[in-house]
Design a protein around this ligand. Structure first.
Ligand code: F3S
Length: 427
């Protein structure tokens, strides 16, 4: 790999041993990937919150030790300096307000809070969400980023036209300290063209429709594919629909970027999306394919008694929280069920000021932030059946937490929370 002078100086230790270790990691990583050089980045989203589990693995329960081991893959404990690039903490393991609901012991809480403090002192912005683009980190078209979190990566690549691969904890840790990331994959113009054409012949309007379409596409196309979704008519999708769509496609498959001609950043037309090339494959999506996706998403569920309804995967917007509040109006969550709504920390504050948090609480529901059941690996005690409006969450929770999972519309989910019974119907 060719290194610029500033990169070589970092590798030689001019900025200290931690920056040298970070540069060494990026060079080794880039060489394995076949990258010829690094690229500057001033927008890094990673995950550096550590609880006792990580500290114990590390052998030395200090935040520097955890960062050295888990964010830099370094064999020794280094003194970590403040970050160089604008850096953001993604979703973490704990809701700092409702951590007792998660069943976390005090010691774990205290360690994660100390870890947060450490991150703040090192200049890492505590967004603690999987949707940084909803709360102030909105990269521009062409901006080189280094982001973890597949649902966020597919959103910023496709909808915004920013450039990032799906990075890991180590590469983002190194990027934070150096402001560099290997220049390969989706950083390169030629790798961002559409490869597979999806011809849609059925209406795709609601959040559920977009989740089903994304889930189906992810199952059909290979990991490196960039689908071009053509034939969308009727309602123009919004942030929430494309958030659900991308998260679903990145869960059932490995989609990191897609184009919707006329909607997403780099595809004014179908020809532009495909860069004039013939697609590798053309697939049709109609009522039969939508049914297939619905059946796959509901394949784990048979018991209609619902213990938990989870909303907010990816983390909910204020509009989604408002919709839950409206659907709950005059109703209460069933005594045998729970309704948890997850949102970024910043939006929880606004939701509290707007009265949404109180309205949810009054109806027996709970507004949570900073984490989610899949990342934090927690559910209400005794949960056997969950319901959600998220294709991603219903894809992962049954596998991770050994529960049954129902997928449907937001209205069906709120109905399940209020009645304790799943009554959703196939579209
Ligand atoms: Fe976010 Fe957790 Fe879903 S990280 S995308 S809420 S699985």
């Amino acid at each position: 790999m060719r290194l610029a002078d500033d990169e070589q100086a970092m590798l030689d230790g001019e900025q200290g041993e931690a920056v040298a270790a970070a540069m060494d990691l990026l060079v080794r990583y880039g060489e394995v990937l076949g990258a010829e050089r690094l690229v500057d980045t001033d927008n890094v989203c990673g995950a550096n919150l550590f609880g006792s589990r990580h500290s114990l693995v590390c052998g030395s329960p200090t935040p520097d030790a955890a960062f050295s081991e888990h964010s830099l893959d370094a064999p020794t404990v280094l003194t970590i300096p403040p970050v160089k690039a604008q850096s953001y903490q993604l979703i973490g393991p704990m809701d700092t307000k409702n951590w007792q609901v998660q069943g976390l012991p005090q010691a774990e809480h205290d360690e994660i809070m100390a870890s947060e403090q450490y991150n703040a002192e090192h200049g890492i912005h505590l967004l603690t969400t999987c949707t940084p683009y909803q709360v102030g980190n909105v990269p521009l078209k062409g901006e080189h980023c280094a982001w973890m979190e597949s649902s966020a990566v597919v959103y910023v690549n496709s909808v915004l036209g920013a450039r990032t691969n799906v990075e890991g904890r180590e590469s983002t840790g190194a990027a934070m300290l150096t402001g560099k990331i290997p220049y390969w994959g989706l950083h390169l113009e030629e790798n961002r063209r559409g490869s597979h054409l999806i011809e849609v012949s059925t209406p795709v309007t609601s959040n559920r429709d977009w989740g089903l379409l994304g889930y189906w596409i992810g199952e059909q196309v290979p990991e490196e594919a960039i689908p071009v979704v053509d034939g969308i008519t009727g309602t123009t999708p919004d942030l929430v629909r494309l958030k659900h769509f991308g998260a679903a496609a990145a869960s059932s498959g490995g989609v990191e970027m897609y184009h919707v001609p006329g909607i997403t950043a780099e595809a004014r037309t179908r020809d532009e999306a495909l860069a004039g090339r013939t697609p590798v494959e053309t697939l049709g999506y109609g009522p039969a394919q939508r049914r297939e996706a619905y059946e796959h998403l509901n394949a784990t569920a048979s018991d209609t008694s619902v213990d938990l309804v989870m909303i907010g995967c990816p983390h909910a917007t204020l509009g989604q929280i408002r919709d839950v509040v409206r659907l709950l109006e005059g109703r209460r969550v069933h005594p045998d069920s729970e309704l948890w709504v997850f949102t970024p920390r910043a939006l929880r504050h606004v939701a509290e000021q707007n009265g949404y948090a109180k309205a949810l609480e009054d109806a027996g529901a709970l507004l949570m932030s900073d984490t989610c059941p899949a990342i934090g690996q927690f559910l209400p005690k005794g949960t056997r059946v969950i319901a959600t409006d998220s294709a991603k969450q219903v894809h992962y929770l049954p596998a991770i937490m050994n529960v049954q999972g129902w997928f449907g519309t937001l209205a069906e989910c709120v109905d399940a929370a209020v009645t304790g019974t799943w009554r959703g119907e196939q579209p």
